[in-house]
Ligand binder design. Structure first.
Ligand SMILES: C[S@@+](CC[C@H](N)C(=O)[O-])C[C@H]1O[C@@H](n2cnc3c(N)ncnc32)[C@H](O)[C@@H]1O
Length: 270
């Protein structure tokens, strides 16, 4: 696990490609979440931990050219990729900047601050929420979409191999001190940061496609990359055939498979 990079999954090209594939699957869920949170035309929105730009590029649509999105990301290479993606698809209302959430300051008061898969990582998420809320104008929206890993495990419990991948994932994230149950804590965390109780929604991508069956496998490969934890890998059998075995398991059960359950939480600052 590449925790020395500051991001538990590292910044390898394979991880970047995985994040983009994942983002396409999660787009409808993200759009619905942003709509519920009240992001609208003309808003100026800060996207924290923008990564390869997937949240920023979706935000660009509701805010329209009358608004703007600022994507803040601490990995310079990811920003280059995000900028290139925005240029390729002709998005002009998104700007990506290099920086750390902890050190970020701005004279501007934003209409919205949004983050996805971000509060999993910091040791003090309440401090992060408090700091970001202070960047909003009165009535501005703070919104996070974060995972609830064990809920995904419950949905996929009838698929033993899929479930075993989830257990390995849970253990690997726990070793990196990443809190994959943070989605279930958002309601309390917002209030601990001095904010009004948030509104919530719960979503999960789910279907019977190979891509969904492979989701946990691909995430697991990213988590394990470089560490070569042989004991953990051995418990899943031969890795090369794992995607096929996951697909076969799902099809034999005539079942669908769920990706991560995501909790969306948002509130307006007074
Ligand atoms: C799992 S990725 C999610 C990317 C994006 N939000 C998405 O959903 O596609 C987490 C990203 O947050 C960035 N990140 C984590 N902590 C950060 C911090 N304190 N300041 C800036 N970026 C941060 C990481 O570098 C990484 O690119």
């Amino acid at each position: 696990m590449a925790s020395s990079t500051g991001y538990a999954l590292g910044y390898a090209d394979a991880e970047k490609q995985r994040l983009v594939r994942q983002a396409v699957r999660f787009e409808p869920i993200l759009e619905a979440f942003l709509r519920d949170a009240g992001i609208r035309e003309g808003d100026r929105v800060l996207d924290v931990g923008a990564g390869l730009g997937d949240v920023s590029l979706v935000l660009a649509r509701p805010v329209t050219d009358r608004g703007a999105v600022l994507g803040l990301e601490r990995d310079a290479a990811s920003i280059e990729t995000a900028r290139a993606r925005a240029a390729t698809i002709g998005v002009r209302n998104v700007t990506f900047i290099h920086g750390d959430i902890g050190a970020f300051e701005s004279d501007e008061r934003f209409d919205g601050v949004v983050g996805r898969f971000i509060l999993v990582f910091p040791p003090e998420p309440v401090a992060v929420i408090r700091k970001l809320a202070a960047l909003l104008r009165p009535g501005g929206v703070i919104a996070f979409q974060e995972p609830l890993r064990e809920a995904t495990q419950a949905i996929n419990a009838h698929l033993p191999l899929q479930h075993a991948c989830g257990v390995r994932l849970r253990d690997a994230f726990a070793r990196a001190r990443a809190d994959t149950e943070i989605g279930g804590k958002l309601y309390a965390l917002f209030q601990a940061a001095g904010l009004p109780a948030p509104q919530l929604r719960c979503d999960a991508p789910i279907d019977g496609s190979d891509q969904m069956a492979w989701y946990a496998y691909e995430l697991l490969m990213s988590v394990m990359r470089g560490t070569g934890d042989r004991d953990e890998r051995a418990q899943l059998g031969e890795l090369e055939s794992l995607p096929r075995r996951l697909s076969d398991e799902m099809k034999a059960a005539k079942s669908s498979c769920a990706g991560p359950v995501l909790i969306g939480a948002w509130t307006q600052v007074p």
